[in-house]
Design a protein around this ligand. Sequence first.
Ligand SMILES: Cc1cc2nc3c(=O)[nH]c(=O)nc-3n(C[C@H](O)[C@H](O)[C@H](O)COP(=O)(O)OP(=O)(O)OC[C@H]3O[C@@H](n4cnc5c(N)ncnc54)[C@H](O)[C@@H]3O)c2cc1C
Length: 413
Amino acid sequence: MEVTSFPTYRIDLDFTISPEIAVLRDRIARFVDQDVLPVEADRSAWDPHENIGDEALQTLRQKARQEGLWCLQLSPEAGGLGLTKVGMAVCYEAMNRSIFGPVVFNSAAPDDGNMMVLEKLGTAGQKARWLAPIADGAVRSAFAMTEPAPGSGSDPGMMQTWARRNGDDYVIEGTKWFITGAEGAAHFILIARTSDDTRRGHTAFLFHRDDPGWEIIRRIPIMGPEEHGGHCELKFNGLRIPKENILLEEGRGLKVTQTPLGPARITHCMRWLGLAKRCVEIASEYAVRREGFGMRLAERESVQMMLGDLAMQIEVGRMLVMKAAWEIDRGGFAQREVSMAKIQVANLLSKAADVAIQINGARGYSKDTILEWIYRYARQARLVDGADEVHKMVLNRYLEKEGKDFWHWEVGE
Ligand SMILES: Cc1cc2nc3c(=O)[nH]c(=O)nc-3n(C[C@H](O)[C@H](O)[C@H](O)COP(=O)(O)OP(=O)(O)OC[C@H]3O[C@@H](n4cnc5c(N)ncnc54)[C@H](O)[C@@H]3O)c2cc1C
């Protein structure tokens, strides 16, 4: 009988993380457990906008820096830890077990996305002037792109804020809104129109809070807790920005927005997974100790179904986030991976908070736990950095282009 020779089939998929990342994750988790959660539990340490108060924040930041847990998203040269995106995914999840974790480690939105874009696209001079103070925790930053209707929202082609050339400067006129952190931020990245071209007509500029020719009209009241500096409406009436404060180059503004929004969307998801796990933690803890009708909640199959389903949805989110992170780490654009992760995790976060509140009964609806905080916060997740529908539109574009190859496996070497 003829003997056929078979190739050796390698196992190429690897879902392991490095021992170094595991150690770092454990250090972050310990810090969150021992230092951040007690502050989270003490409402007197909060500010009026339901975020961590400045005094507690500065104390925790100092300690986090001393322990080398700072700016997870930056390279060591820029003052960070030099993690890959996969490493960040592991650590961000641990960091956001507490609602205050990210800001303590200087890895909260919008600063983390702004730092990543400045590190990637800034000149050496721009990094020294605009990035270093944010990385140092000395100033906060904001990213100003969205405008009220009929301006730029989901569709950046609708942008109405203009930057008109005047000598060596550009003069800015227009309105932006929902600019997170604008109140009190010192460094701004602004996207404005420099021509009518829908793809090459946007330019990214850097400006400082003290530059004249712009103002904050209002801090927009919102349903959820607020990032430091709130979400503000800005009016530009003659802000002059010198041409050396263009990020990248004139006409490349959309490229700039893609640079932070890919990684920043995925870092949102990494953090939200931590919050979703916290919801399960609070729900499970209550289900184990709460008795009624002769048994503990945790013994009821209906409750087990709820928690089992959440556990699975979190794992689906983690897989999608990891795939996107891995793709970015190897130099890919990861647009569809990021879109899938963003839709899944944004919806998961709302569901996790909702289910956890249900399992906790009236306690879940109270402010005795942070579930109601997460519930209100979670609603924005389906809007910010691209509404669900926009990400689904992007996915459908890939589907139309690639057909059943949408689900291809890339063949390794
Ligand atoms: C809490 C919060 C923080 C934010 N922070 C910032 C910030 O720091 N900087 C900044 O620039 N912006 C920020 N934004 C704005 C955010 O990026 C926009 O809300 C988002 O891009 C959507 O734009 P829009 O609100 O104008 O919605 P619109 O463009 O008016 O869309 C409204 C709705 O229409 C639907 N829709 C839109 N397009 C499509 C489509 N193609 N197919 C099907 N349905 C569609 C979606 O359901 C969408 O929710 C923030 C928003 C929130 C809520």
